[in-house]
Design a protein around this ligand. Structure first.
Ligand SMILES: N[C@@H](CCC(=O)N[C@@H](CS)C(=O)NCC(=O)O)C(=O)O
Ligand SMILES: [Zn+2]
Ligand SMILES: [Zn+2]
Length: 225
């Protein structure tokens, strides 16, 4: 190999590096920027912040447990849940730091308290949904409707209290504007709604249209009696 060909080889390597290095730097900057944008995203709820995990159609139910380290309250659900959704209302239980609750329904005959039920109490007797919470850790194990109501017969549960996988994934976001009543900055509502949209979830300021229709249909029928 002559000195000339060696120099020319080094030259072409230098030219190649000179063209690649700016591209590598640009890619690193882009990734860093994306990371910053991601960390700036609003934390809606721990089970939604990393994206949605789809449930399984064949899932047959499982156990919910409160947050107590010893003697947790245990509730066994005999099937998968329905209408799982994010709820921004002030009444539904949320884990620490979450802006929304994740709540679903299941027929009450598929709900059984299987351990430490003596730790449960109803947090507010005046609401339609009687929320049964653990006296020690405050977690809501199930909500039950005792009065005449369109959803009587369905219990309200939080599947994040289960370690099993396969529960129906959240389908929509309800009572979104209600987070403002709890002190959420109203100027950030567009961001909150866009974040749900980016997860593929519609947002509503009450329940979803099919559930609102079911409530209205029930009311219409009641008035006809
Ligand atoms: N803006 C109110 C809305 C409360 C509300 O109506 N929550 C809905 C969704 S969970 C409901 O059906 N509540 C009945 C109940 O709590 O018994 C709040 O945030 O407190
Ligand atoms: Zn507890
Ligand atoms: Zn709620």
């Amino acid at each position: 190999m002559t000195i000339r060909t060696t120099i020319s080889k080094h030259k072409s390597t230098a030219i190649l590096l000179a063209s690649i290095i700016p591209a590598v730097i640009a890619l690193a900057r882009f990734q860093q920027q994306r990371k910053v944008q991601n960390t700036m995203a609003i934390s809606i709820h721990p089970s939604l912040d990393g994206g949605i995990t789809k449930g399984s159609a064949s899932f047959a139910g499982g156990k919910l447990r409160c947050h107590c380290r010893s003697n947790p309250v245990e509730v066994t659900l005999g099937g998968n849940v329905l209408h799982n959704h994010a709820c921004g209302c002030s009444k539904c239980w949320k884990p620490d730091g979450a802006v929304f609750a994740i709540i679903a329904v299941i027929p009450k005959d598929q709900v059984e308290v299987t351990a430490n039920g003596s730790k449960l109490h109803v947090i507010d007797e005046n609401t339609a949904i009687q929320r049964h919470a653990c006296k020690d850790c405050g977690v809501h194990l199930f909500g039950r409707i005792e009065k005449d109501h369109p959803f009587k017969g369905l219990d309200f549960v939080h599947v994040e209290l289960s370690s099993e996988k396969g529960w129906q994934e959240p389908q929509f976001a309800a009572f979104v504007s209600s987070i403002i009543e709890q002190g959420y900055d109203a100027s950030k509502m567009d961001e909150v709604r866009s974040q749900f949209k980016s997860l593929g979830l519609e947002t509503y300021d009450a329940l979803s249209p099919p559930l609102m229709d079911a409530i209205a249909g029930w009311t219409a029928q009641k008035h006809r009696l």
